[in-house]
Design a protein around this ligand. Structure first.
Ligand code: HEM
Length: 482
């Protein structure tokens, strides 16, 4: 606080204690509830500090626009996590790279294949794998989550490397999944002591208590394998068969010199797609499934729309999105009702700034409070805690797929066009051919669904029981035939 320039003050927030600051005020569980209460108490900017780390929560769309769009050159960096970046080697991942020329080149390289004008080229791949998902669901409904994960992973492996993964036991798939798990365990700042006390990184792994070093060595190998093995395979394929349409081959094909630096960038972009795009897609679909169990009348309405527009002679497609406004609204509502990243992925301020007369110190971790923004009645109408797709038919209501759940400003999700297509296709296909309802007891009687949400970096429904069954014999045949 002594560093705050004269005449300025820090934004309001919970009162800090000496030395530890607000450490004890930071919530361990259901953080979005505490941050929501702070937003109501202190307003659109809330500040807290713990052990010298400055944190700012941005609680209104207007302020998010001011900070992340208008002042993007200040608020687009990421924080440094020793475990994730240095020890595991995830500094290759675009999502964790620091703001600067290298990140910009990576981002531009990926953007060329993912902006709204070109991402439709992936629709046939999304279609093929989603149809396989329906078949798997029909035959093995109990493995629903594993197949959802495999579906999202297989789509990305084909887009990135042109690989057609056949089964969820495929080594490419299991290797990549290990990296996603490692990322989940390490992505939250402070998850490992070495993030708070960086010199611990010099302690060798044989020292008692240095378990983190053993984990880091194991995970680093997984990360290296995930980035290198499929990439090298594509290079071999190009040498024998020439370039093809996948992300890696189409880029390397343009750059026949095989410039090493460019290769590195393409390798990093392709590897980043998997970690950024699988769990996010899958867990958004899990939230949708839960919403359907809890809101059967919404489900019936979307199914009626699909039946009347698409019928039952063919499966729904991404190109049907415009003619299925209610089903599209169901998808939007799933993103808004319980956003997967309730406080987004934090940005970091690269210099001191003054906002609304408040001082924002350089290095402040800035959270777009997505939960608060998505539950703001000024933008989404009344009863924002309710799952209600009708709200999008009121003029002026915001589209949550534009920002918020997909982040902000210059760091906004690079894969969001593709992600929206994938999620739409998965949920509309599931709705077309399956009924989703409460679980049943041994006598076959419906019982209420018990559910909860996880409270980490991501928040999505923990495992819950429900019933997923084909809507009719015709629906069953449609799946088998497709
Ligand atoms: C429903 C699915 C998805 C959700 C909810 C989601 C959400 C997000 C969010 C919140 C961010 C952080 C933005 C910020 O810092 O403000 C992000 C970043 C990113 N996403 Fe996604 N994402 C999804 C799917 C995908 C897919 C399918 C891909 C690629 C194939 C992808 C690639 C990326 C990349 C590369 C970044 C890092 C951008 C950067 O730091 O510059 N995402 N995503």
């Amino acid at each position: 606080r002594r560093l705050t320039p004269k005449g300025l003050r820090l934004p309001p927030g919970p009162k800090p204690k000496p030395i530890i600051g607000n450490l004890l005020d930071l919530p361990g569980q259901r953080h979005w509830i505490t941050y929501g209460q702070w937003a109501k108490e202190y307003g659109e900017l809330v500040y807290a500090e713990a052990l010298g780390t400055h944190m700012l929560w941005v609680n209104s769309q207007e302020m998010a626009h001011e900070i992340f769009d208008k002042r993007a050159s200040i608020y687009s960096d990421r924080f440094k996590t020793v475990m994730l970046e240095e020890l595991i080697g995830m500094d290759k991942n675009i999502g964790f790279q620091h703001y600067g020329p290298s990140w910009r080149t990576h981002r531009r390289t990926m953007h060329t294949r993912f902006h709204s004008g070109v991402s439709g080229a992936y629709n046939p791949i999304e279609k093929k794998h989603t149809r396989k998902l329906l078949k798997n669901l029909l035959h093995k409904p109990k493995a629903f989550t594993q197949y959802l994960l495999f579906n999202a992973g297989a789509i990305i492996m084909e887009i990135a490397y042109g690989m057609d993964l056949k089964d969820k036991d495929d080594p490419y798939f299991s290797r990549a999944q290990q990296v996603v798990r490692a990322m989940d365990e390490t992505a939250l700042p402070g998850a490992f002591l070495v993030d708070l006390i960086p010199w611990l990184k010099y302690i060798p792994s044989w020292v008692p208590g240095a378990e983190f070093q053993k984990k880091a060595t194991r995970w680093r190998q997984c990360v290296d394998d995930m980035y290198n093995i499929p990439f090298d395979e594509v290079k071999r394929r190009i040498s024998s068969e020439g370039p093809d349409q996948c992300f890696v081959a189409s880029h390397l094909g343009e750059n026949t010199k095989f410039d090493l630096e460019f290769e590195e960038i393409v390798r990093n972009c392709a590897g980043s797609m998997y970690t950024a795009g699988t769990d996010t897609t899958v867990n958004s679909i899990r939230t949708f499934i839960l919403a359907m169990v809890l809101n059967p009348e919404v489900q019936r309405k979307a199914q009626n729309e699909i039946d009347s527009i698409v019928g039952n002679q063919r499966l729904v497609d991404i190109s049907d999105m415009e003619s299925l406004p209610y089903t599209t609204a169901v998808m939007k509502e799933a993103f808004r009702w319980h956003p997967l990243l309730p406080t987004g992925v934090a940005h970091v301020a690269t210099q001191n700034d003054i906002l609304n007369g408040y001082f924002i110190p350089k290095g402040t971790i800035v959270y777009g409070n997505v939960w608060e923004l998505m539950h703001d009645e000024r933008h989404y109408g009344p009863n924002t805690e309710k799952f209600n797709p009708e709200r999008y038919f009121t003029p002026g209501v915001r589209d949550p797929t534009i920002n918020g759940p997909f982040g902000f400003g210059r760091r906004i999700c690079l894969g969001r066009n593709m992600a929206v297509d994938s999620v739409f296709l998965a949920i509309s296909s599931i709705l077309q051919v399956f009924n989703i309802s409460n679980p049943r007891n041994e006598e076959g009687k419906e019982i209420p669904c018990e559910y909860d949400f996880t409270s980490g970096f991501f928040s999505y429904p923990t495992d819950f029981k429900c019933t997923i069954e084909p809507r009719s014999l015709v629906a069953k045949e449609l799946i088998v035939r497709s």
